[in-house]
Design a protein around this ligand. Structure first.
Ligand SMILES: [Zn+2]
Length: 180
C-alpha cells in the first residue's frame, strides 16, 4: 500500500518537474552621447545619460523579456519585436515586457520567479532595488529579485561605456507542448 502511494507521489513529482522551464536572458546597451536621453532601467528613471538603442534601451526589461520568451519557447525579444519595425522605435520596454508576459501566459506558462542582475558602474542601483523589484513583480505576477554588480573597472562596462543585465526565470506549465 505504502509502495503504491510512494510510486504515485513519485509520478506526481515527475509530472510537476517535467512542466518546469528555466531560462536565461542577457542584454547590453551602450550609453548614449545625447545628454538629454532618459536613463530607464526596469522602468526606473535614473540620472542620465540614457542607454542607446532602437527602443528606450532598458537592459533590465529586455533581459527579463528574453528569459520569458526563451522559457515559453518563442525565442528572444528580437523575434517578437523587430528592431526594423518603426513602431518599436523609442518603445517603452516595460510596455513590451507587459506584452511578453501576456504571450507567456497565453502559451500556458505560469511565471514562478525572476532573478535579475544589473551589471554597470553607473547609476547607483542599490537605493532603487526594492522599488524596481516591486514594479516588476506587479507586472510579472511573481516574486522578482533585483541585484546590482559593479564590473570593478574591467572592460567597456567598467569604463562606463554601457550597462548589461542577466535575468533568470522559472516557468511552469501543467501541459508543456512537446516541441519545446
Ligand atoms: Zn536591449
Amino acid at each position: 500500500m505504502n509502495l503504491e502511494r510512494e510510486a504515485l507521489s513519485a509520478e506526481v513529482v515527475r509530472g510537476v518537474l517535467s512542466g518546469l522551464r528555466v531560462a536565461v536572458g542577457f542584454d547590453v546597451h551602450p550609453f548614449s552621447t545625447d545628454p538629454h536621453r532618459p536613463l530607464l532601467i526596469c522602468g526606473q528613471l535614473f540620472d542620465g545619460p540614457g542607454l542607446d538603442g532602437h527602443s528606450d534601451g532598458d537592459v533590465g526589461a529586455h533581459a527579463i523579456s528574453d528569459a520569458l520568451l526563451g522559457g515559453c519557447g518563442v525565442g528572444g525579444i528580437g523575434d517578437v519585436f523587430l528592431d526594423t519595425d518603426p513602431r518599436n522605435k523609442g518603445a517603452d520596454s516595460v510596455g513590451l515586457l507587459r506584452e511578453v508576459v501576456e504571450i507567456t501566459l497565453q502559451r500556458g506558462f505560469e511565471i514562478l520567479n525572476v532573478d535579475l542582475t544589473i551589471i554597470s558602474e553607473i547609476p547607483k542601483i542599490a537605493p532603487a532595488r526594492a522599488e524596481m523589484a516591486q514594479r516588476l513583480s506587479r507586472i510579472l505576477g511573481a516574486p522578482v529579485v533585483v541585484k546590482a554588480k559593479r564590473p570593478e573597472g574591467l572592460g567597456d562596462l567598467g569604463r562606463q561605456k554601457g550597462a548589461a543585465a542577466i535575468a533568470s526565470a522559472l516557468l511552469y506549465s501543467s501541459n508543456p507542448t512537446k516541441e519545446l
